[in-house]
Write a protein that binds this ligand. Structure first.
Ligand SMILES: Cc1cc2nc3c(=O)[nH]c(=O)nc-3n(C[C@H](O)[C@H](O)[C@H](O)COP(=O)(O)OP(=O)(O)OC[C@H]3O[C@@H](n4cnc5c(N)ncnc54)[C@H](O)[C@@H]3O)c2cc1C
Length: 388
């Protein structure tokens, strides 16, 4: 049992924090206000080789594990870049793992290096308006025609689709009423986001305005057969392999945003004088902050345990889900506590914690809700009957 980062992991954390210090509070505040994708931040991480942290070296990456990617994503969020900074690179860092694991050598050589080099930008298109968390019910259809697939359907919440030119797409290749199990008959594609066949419409949302989320209306999109990842009909099982790493990264990002919120609040509580003393002398201010610190660090241990298990090739579903749940809940409490600590200034944009509060609701609810995680833990850990 070793609770410390290795020297290399500590170096990643320190280097990323230093790198991100070039993009200060004003940068993120302006991106959020203007709702403009942080292209220069993204490019700086591309130039530093960071997008390929978990991509094998033969395809231009660093070949490191999910633990190292977790350390990196946490440091990005914790630097003050929050979910805006983390989400801008989250999809290339995480979702390409499906291609790494299940793509052919030719697909990997074709698909991975352009993302690492920053030439291709990718989004992840799974969620649908009429299926929600019940992914096997998705309605987007990919029908074989003349050696290709013709795709029709709708997706919702697809992040970065305004700036992406590629997408990982889950679609049904065999109708639901013709498969033995609901998870059968879905296929995964890595293909062009062809705007002549896909109408991308922005969703106006609560926070993280610089990183867009969208509805996609897909009409007769032609997807070549060589863009299918893995066997036809196996797509759902392929994306299941990516779910644990995604929960781990999101959990780490949530801890990061919680930490920066608490650090800002503690600084304010040391400096703000009311009734002739720093407000941090009041235990009503100090204790909630201390409690949040303890909660975030406990959540982080669970997240890092999950990452370590994953990289050892061991089962980590329980820990990845529990870590994401704890991190999401405690990050929310931390950001809310930070806002209350700042009093009225907590509501002013120039103090940044209101932005963290808006953004921390994303890892709380996505990619899987707290309810569904508790359903999973109740069933898998406690042996309770499935409730849905
Ligand atoms: C900012 C943001 C970015 C996103 N980016 C992406 C992206 O890039 N790509 C992508 O594919 N998706 C993305 N998503 C989608 C996200 O993964 C979904 O919103 C999430 O999976 C929840 O699905 P839903 O919104 O359809 O909820 P629903 O399935 O409609 O559920 C609604 C509520 O009911 C609860 N509920 C439903 N069934 C049960 C049950 N059996 N027991 C208990 N409670 C239940 C849920 O927990 C939830 O609280 C994003 C979402 C957000 C908000």
């Amino acid at each position: 049992m070793d609770f410390s980062l290795t020297t290399d992991q500590q170096n990643i954390r320190d280097t990323i924090l230093k790198h991100c210090s070039r993009f200060g509070d004003d940068y993120w505040l302006a991106r959020d206000r203007e709702a403009i994708f942080p292209h220069d931040f993204y490019k700086s991480l591309v130039d530093g080789g960071w997008l390929g942290i978990a991509i094998p070296a033969e395809f231009g990456g660093s070949g490191l594990g999910v633990t190292e990617a977790t350390v990196m994503m946490q440091a990005i969020a914790e630097s003050g870049a929050g979910m805006t900074g983390a989400s801008s690179v989250h999809i290339p860092v995480f979702s390409l793992q499906t291609v790494v694991l299940f793509g052919t050598e030719a697909q990997k050589a074709r698909m991975l290096p352009p993302v690492v080099r920053g030439e291709d930008q990718v989004c992840f298109a799974v969620t649908e308006p009429n299926a929600g968390l019940n992914t096997t019910e998705i309605k987007t259809r990919a029908e074989r025609r003349d050696g290709a697939y013709v795709v029709n359907g709708e997706k919702i919440w697809i992040s970065t689709a305004q700036v992406a030119n590629k997408m990982l797409l889950l679609a049904r290749t065999t109708p639901l009423d013709q498969v033995k199990r609901k998870a059968d008959g879905l296929s995964l594609f890595y293909t062009d986001l062809d705007r002549s066949r896909i109408d991308v419409r922005l969703i106006h949302k609560m926070g993280r305005h610089a990183v867009d989320s969208n509805m996609l209306f897909i009409e007769n999109l032609i997807v070549p057969e060589e863009d299918r990842i893995g066997p036809e009909g196996e797509g759902f099982r392929l994306i299941l392999h990516g779910l644990n790493p995604e929960r781990i990264l999101i959990g780490a990002e949530a801890v990061g945003i919680g930490r920066v919120a608490i650090a800002r609040a503690a600084r304010y509580a040391r400096e703000r004088i009311v009734f002739n003393r720093p407000i941090g002398m009041n235990q009503g201010i100090a204790h909630p902050l201390a409690k949040c610190w303890a909660q975030l660090e406990a959540a982080n241990l669970m997240v890092m345990k999950a990452a370590t298990l994953y990289d050892r090739g061991e089962e980590c579903g329980v820990e990845a889900n529990a870590g994401k749940y704890l991190a999401g809940e405690y990050a929310f409490e931390a950001c809310h506590t930070a806002m209350l600590t700042l009093g009225g200034m907590g509501y002013a944009q120039e103090y940044h914690v209101e932005r963290y509060l808006r953004e921390c609701l994303i890892p709380r609810t996505a990619p899987v809700s707290p309810h569904m995680i508790l359903n999973f833990l109740a069933e898998k850990v406690l042996g309770l009957p499935k409730s849905y």
